[in-house]
Design a protein around this ligand. Structure first.
Ligand SMILES: CC(C)(COP(=O)(O)OP(=O)(O)OC[C@H]1O[C@@H](n2cnc3c(N)ncnc32)[C@H](O)[C@@H]1OP(=O)(O)O)[C@@H](O)C(=O)NCCC(=O)NCCS
Length: 155
């Protein structure tokens, strides 16, 4: 499997593909996701606005397998840092290192920006994602409603 990770340059040509990919990735986990294609589209546009040079796409032979959105100027709890707003990998290509490669890309990007830490929110019952983040060095730092805050220091 040869996967390349590239920053998305323009959203428009990819919009429909990314909406479908997102919906496919959250099937069965709707509790933590937008369900209506129109809402997902607005979410994609919001994500691209937040991170116009760090909306990273994982491609295999030009076909997207997943994406991650890394925001380098996010304020959380009065602190400015890096935030991973979203990461998804299509079910058929999971557990093969694509998610990890995306996170590593984000961490490198944040380090280049001189940031000292990165955080994200994950669904309390999203055991797969929690295990994935824990494995990559993130630790739980609190919770809010159905969400858990996880953070990782950057060295
Ligand atoms: C979470 C997600 C992105 C992980 O992507 P992935 O491509 O399957 O992850 P990887 O294969 O890169 O896994 C990286 C490492 O985490 C480990 N890992 C992955 N899933 C794991 C799990 N469920 N339990 C324990 N470890 C896990 C892998 O073993 C791997 O370890 P290694 O580097 O030692 O081999 C993917 O499952 C997904 O898209 N989930 C649905 C969307 C979602 O929940 N996103 C998170 C929103 S907060």
């Amino acid at each position: 499997m040869v996967v390349e990770i590239v920053p998305l340059e323009e959203l428009e040509p990819w919009e429909q593909v990314l909406v479908d990919l997102y919906l496919q990735c959250y099937r069965g986990m709707e509790e933590y996701a937008y369900e209506r294609p129109r809402d997902v589209l607005h979410y994609m546009r919001w994500l691209f606005k937040r991170a116009p040079s760090s909306f990273f796409l994982a491609l295999e032979g030009g076909k997207p397998l997943g994406f991650l959105v890394a925001d380098d100027h996010w304020e959380e709890g009065g602190k400015l840092g890096g935030e991973i707003h979203e990461i998804v990998v299509v079910p058929k290509d999971r557990t093969q290192g694509v998610g990890k490669a995306l996170v590593q890309m984000a961490l490198d990007y944040f380090r280049e920006k001189g940031l000292k830490g990165v955080g994200l929110w994950v669904g309390k019952r999203n055991e797969r994602a929690k295990a994935f983040y824990t494995h990559l060095g993130f630790r739980e730092k609190g919770s809010q409603g159905k969400w858990i805050r996880m953070e990782c220091a950057l060295d």
